[in-house]
Design a protein. Sequence first.
Lengths: 593, 148
Amino acid sequence: MNNWFKSTLFLKIILLLSLFVILVIGGLTFRHISNLTSSTEVVVKTYKVNLELEQIISYLRDAESGYRNYIVTKDTFYIESYLNAHKKVNNSFLNLRNLIKVNSEQQENLKILNKLTDSLFSSFAESKVFVKNDETNTETFKTLFFKEKVIIDSIRRQSMVMFQLENKLLNERQKEFQSDLKFTPLFFYVVLLIMLLLIIIAYTKISNNLKNIKAKNDQLLIFKESTNQSEIIGKHGNWVWHIDSDKYVYSDNLYRLLGEEPQSFEATFDNFLKFVHPDDVGKLAEDLDKMIDVEELPFTNYRIIQKNGTIKYLKAYAKSFYSDSGQKRLLGNTSDVTDEIKSILTLEERNLELEQNNKELSAFNYAASHDLQEPLRKILTFISRLEEKESNNFSDTGQQYLEHIKAAASRMRLLIDDLLQFSRTNKPDKEFVNADLNELFENAKQDLTVIISEKKAQIKIATLPKATVIDFQIQQLFLNLLSNSLKYSKEETAPIIKIYYSKVEADKEPILYKAPQSHYHKITFTDNGIGFDQKYAKKIFDLFNRLHNKQDYSGTGIGLSICKKIIQNHKGFIFANGEINVGSVFTIYLPVN
Amino acid sequence: MQKDYIYIILADDDEDDILFFTDAFDELKINTKVNSFKDGEELMNYLNKDNALMPNVLFLDLNMPKKTGIECLAEIKASQKMSDIAIAIYSTSASDDDIEKTFVLGANIYIKKPSDFKKLKKVLSEVVAINWQYHTNALNKDNFLLRL
């Protein structure tokens, strides 16, 4: 845009310069032609002056010869030609006076000449009397005659002077004119060269601009085509509303969105409204009115009904903008969001179903384990009553059976307790609090005091941080991991459980390549227990998954699933590493904040 | 009213539990008198009588027909006459929700029914021996649930 502006400015400057140069050329040409004309006039004038002078001389000569003929013949016929010559001389004087009006020197000369001719004619008149009286042989007449000759000579000289002066002037003029004439072609040549240069510059500029425009046009064409394609693929169309003239332009695909052939009807709002769902017409018109006043509005959603009855969901967005000439226009984009809306609806439905299922499952789990507890508790209590009050009445076998019943019931209680725990862990609405993990660990340890002292276990723990967690769940996690290590200890070896802590960056822990957070609390539980085969490292977190038979180890296969669930609730990670007869390592990562 | 025994009321719909409960007090050889009601409504009818003898400790099961333990607890605490009764929640479950709710409503202690008769006796003897004045003043969420 800026470039284009610069280029038009440049062209304007060139045009102005060209106009200026043409004016200069015109002015100079006019000056030269008028100079030429005046020079010619001067030449003509000089020639006229010379001609008149020569005529005067020749008339004088005529007068003289007429006069002389009269003297010789005394025929008055010659007096006629003499008088005629006198008249013509006077005429020529008048002409000359006009011609040399501006030149004072010539005027002086002319005056002298005039005097001379006057004196010549008066002398002629004088001598004419002598001729008439036939006294031509007298001394006086001779003197007179001689005097006339002297005057004629003076006239000749005087006219020569004038003639020369006039020629001198002519020469000067011609010289001046010559120098003008010599300079003019060069000047014209230079000016024409400048003109040519300007034209060449303008031409290059214009052809450059044309090239640019062509390239831009090409780009526009490509852009238009790609817009067309993207509209078809993206199921959207665009429209322009020229508000001042109330004219609409719809893109081809907008027609397709309506289920019509491109440009198959006149683009007007009323024609468009024919497709809009009757329930949405009011809202759409209202939204469009708002769009005129407000620069930008959020999306407006409405439905249309195609001619074949198909209902489509459309989403439109418009923005007003002004043309260079200040006309307001609304540029809009309308897209077909039917698929989106349908899939959102389906998704919502599924989500609701899933949520319902989950709730039911959770309720079922909770109720089942809760309600199962009650009869079980009674069975256990009755067993303890039997043991206490009636054990003497049992045979040995009876005693043994009672022991088995007690073991089975205890195991069932364990299972139910763990299931209950698991179902509680599943409830999502838990409160996160800022808790001291050391305290939570101590609480967990407290719950295991009996078994710790029984097994003579050593527990070494690093200082843990404070963290935002669901406190009772993390306590449960610590409890489960500790009891896991205590449970799966080697028979002859006192368990040693070590807990390490460090704050780590996710980038530096290869195992956390999927981690969304940047920093994690890494807590590692290591023990010297029976360990496990590394190939089960993932499986041990599955619900009800056990690696050992229940005669040897009393696990329910729920404890680690609970751990995993808790860690998931905290958006953390848990990993297990095991080596048979060496021990196991459980590593947990809890997001920092 | 002066009496030389500890008067105990149990509200529980489970006959087995009533049996364990009374058996336990029989064996404990503390001078107690145990009265039991099979549901919340029966209990409240008794307590609301003008001349009703108020118990020293009321053991309240939560899951009862007609009127639940929670409803009874709320009613008792709202009544001027009964609000001083020491109330021990006596329930199969010890879910966080139940513990939280009963604590807020003003119960004095929460007992999870043990599954061992010896333990039951121990729990009951401890509860009966509690100095309620002292216990209530020091009551908080952590010592509300009785742990053995």
